[in-house]
Design a protein around this ligand. Structure first.
Ligand code: SF4
Ligand code: SF4
Length: 468
């Protein structure tokens, strides 16, 4: 090897070491800002041996030095290519046949928020589903979310979540009364122009995500359950299009799950999504078209599949929508309408493949509600099964909406440089998805603990003062 080649290889070696040191410092520094001490320690310790060995090789005068440096560079480049190259297209959710409309009375919440013991509806429901009566009675005997007697109850902090939920329920009660057109004649416009204005208005109002799609009739509930309206009434929604709205949940609040702070965040972000959806629906009404907002506790459609059709994310093992940047830290609302809109494309960025090997939500779920096995075909769609009753029972014991699965999901990490680089690679490469799942366990733990430093206004470590 000539002296010139020797110098060039040495320069490349120093460049590689500098890149490695920079990556380690960036990751460790970000981990400090995120207060993830385990990740910070491992990044600092793990980068020392390759940096020391590389420096010794580069400053040494061994006859094999150029070949050793060259071998290190080749391994690094091949590794980077394997992680970054889109070697195969990720597979999306598989639909195997026709989907039947879902009865909202089969969703768990109506049994506890709508059915009153002693009413004809109550007796009719349990005559049809006697197998659910015993467990439901045990759940019904528990205190409600955010109330005294639950594990997470704190007299100064729990009322935040209760207040947000109550105001949301009051604000959205009359949605059905208001969804007719309000203009004399529909304003003439194109689908492109209407979509552009609706998306812009939604973002202006506070939506982090907005997508539009054709409304799949299979995603409209068949009968009224929890939502306002006559219980068991068939749902007749002749809207053709849908706007899906997503609002990010703050990472710093989600990381306290299953504490009350996360439920405060959940309720508040549902409120934000509902506010945007109701204003957008009213705007469409004012254009002279039918539109209805579908918000927490008041749905006529299934939000997750509608949002997936509108390109907001993919369904994950935990049963929630996963967005490429926010993961499952997202609350949704939908507006359906007969105003023609442009159809966004569903996205596919490897969630199904990632979830196959990750299973972290299933490992960490305290109630065993998330299946750790293979996908099954449910109503024509291949997906993971979740046990609603086990999940909701845990909520009532804890007094919050738990959300441990949302907190531990690797897609939930905040939007910082190292996590965004991992997101970029996992979108493209199956190997990167496997490595990211393994590295998440290594750096953050298979069962990452909840963060305990709450915001001062939500602190639960101080005893409440004397009652007036
Ligand atoms: S919210 Fe909690 S109990 Fe329910 S599925 Fe997630 S981790 Fe399990
Ligand atoms: S925790 Fe893992 S398995 Fe569960 S939804 Fe997130 S990526 Fe999928």
């Amino acid at each position: 090897m000539t002296p010139d080649m020797d110098m060039a290889i040495s320069a490349l070696g120093w460049f590689g070491l500098a890149a490695l040191a920079l990556a380690a410092v960036t990751f460790a520094g970000t981990s400090v800002l995120e207060r993830r001490w385990r990740a910070m320690g491992l990044a600092a310790l793990g980068s020392v041996p390759p940096l020391v060995v590389g420096t010794c090789v580069l400053i040494g005068e061994h006859p094999l030095k150029p070949w050793l440096v060259l071998a290190g560079l080749v391994v690094a480049v091949l590794g980077a290519l394997l992680i970054a190259l889109p070697l195969s297209r990720p597979s999306s959710l598989r639909v195997h046949g026709p989907q039947l409309r879902v009865d909202e009375r089969d969703a768990i919440f109506h049994r506890f928020y709508r059915l009153e013991p002693g009413t004809p509806e109550f007796e009719e429901y349990y005559a049809d589903h006697p197998e659910r009566r015993n467990l439901d009675e045990r759940i019904r005997a528990l205190p409600h979310l955010g109330h005294p007697g639950t594990r997470a109850y704190h007299p100064l902090a729990s009322p935040f979540q209760v207040a947000a939920s109550e105001v949301l329920t009051e604000a959205t009660r009359n949605i059905d009364r208001l969804h007719q057109p309000l203009g004399a004649q529909p304003v003439r416009t194109t689908a492109e122009e209407a979509t552009r204005r609706i998306k812009g208005f939604s973002r202006y109002l506070g939506a982090d995500l907005v997508g539009t799609t054709l409304l799949n009739p299979a995603h409209v509930y068949s009968h009224v359950g929890r939502s306002p309206g006559r219980w068991g009434e068939p749902i007749d929604l002749e809207h053709t299009h849908a706007v899906a709205i997503g609002v990010e949940m703050a990472y710093d609040m989600v990381r306290h799950a299953p504490g009350a702070a996360t439920t405060t965040e959940t309720a508040f972000r549902y409120f934000e999504a509902a506010r945007v959806a109701m204003l957008v629906a009213r705007y469409i009404n004012r254009l002279g078209y039918r539109a209805r907002a579908h918000v927490d506790g008041n749905y006529r459609v299934l939000c997750v599949p509608v949002a997936a059709d509108a390109g907001l994310g993919e369904l994950g093992r935990l049963g929630l929508l996963i967005h490429p940047r926010f993961g499952p830290r997202l609350r949704l609302a939908v507006v359906t309408t007969d105003l023609p809109l442009v159809q966004d494309k569903p996205v596919c960025f490897g969630v199904q493949h990632f979830c196959d090997s990750c299973r972290k939500c299933a490992t960490c779920c305290p109630s065993g509600a998330i299946d750790s096995g293979e996908r099954e075909i449910h109503n024509g769609v291949e997906k993971w099964r979740t046990r609603q009753e086990s999940c909701y029972h845990l909520w009532r014991v804890q007094g919050t909406d738990c959300a441990i699965c949302v907190r531990v999901c690797p897609y939930s990490h905040p939007s910082t440089l190292p996590h965004n680089v991992v997101r970029w690679a996992t979108r493209r490469s199956p190997l990167a998805r496997r490595l990211a799942s393994w590295a998440d366990d290594l750096f953050y733990g298979r069962r990452p603990p909840a963060h305990t430093r709450l915001p001062d206004w939500h602190a639960e470590d101080r005893a409440p003062g004397p009652r007036p």
